[in-house]
Ligand binder design. Structure first.
Ligand code: ADP
Length: 165
């Protein structure tokens, strides 16, 4: 298999795309031949944005990266990885608080699909405290979110919040 192209999957909710996600995407895109960023429906989290809106935010932002594709998915991440021929799942690690959940998920995914490796990229130091939840909350309270998300995404959040008011 030496030299075979490696497809990696970066799954997440992306219930507002942040510079933290984009940093992981850009770095993972240099490590793997093909990177599929997949948007989990994740109804349990009651996302603010629909799956289509989240896919669009990503498409609008990473269009300049030729080996990155954006898809939506439902169901098991490992099943989706197998269906697109991905052998790697990429996740971002921020503070210690991410670690236990991420470790549990990685071990569960290895049980479900032993051929798929989870690879963690550490958050960049200036984004280590950046989360979608916090950005949505700051936006909802009228704070300036432009340094946390791409400008068009900030605009999408403003419109969404105005429509809900
Ligand atoms: P999920 O609901 O799957 O955790 P998120 O959209 O919150 O989805 O996050 C997707 C992935 O991106 C996770 O691995 C998360 O740890 C990572 N991530 C989120 N924010 C950052 C950040 N600021 N820096 C690095 N990785 C991040």
């Amino acid at each position: 298999m030496e030299g075979a192209a490696v497809t990696a999957l970066y799954p997440g909710t992306f219930d507002i795309l942040t510079h933290g996600h984009l940093d992981i995407i850009r770095r993972a895109a240099t490590l793997f031949d093909r990177l599929i960023v997949c948007v989990a429906q994740n109804e349990a989290k009651q996302p603010l944005f629909s799956p289509d809106e989240r896919v669009q935010m990503l498409r609008d932002t990473v269009s300049e990266l030729p080996n990155v594709e954006i898809m939506a998915f439902e169901g098991l991440t490992t099943a989706f990885a197998q269906s697109v021929g991905a052998s790697v799942i990429v996740r971002g690690l921020r503070a210690v608080s991410d670690f236990e959940y991420e470790l549990m998920m990685a071990l569960m995914n290895r049980q479900l699909a032993p051929g798929i490796e989870t690879v963690f990229l550490t958050a960049s130091s200036d984004q280590i405290f950046l989360s979608s939840t916090l950005v949505r909350e700051v936006g909802r309270l009228g704070g300036d979110i432009e340094s946390f998300v791409p400008r068009p995404v900030a605009e999408v959040l403003r419109r969404k919040l105005a429509a809900q008011a």
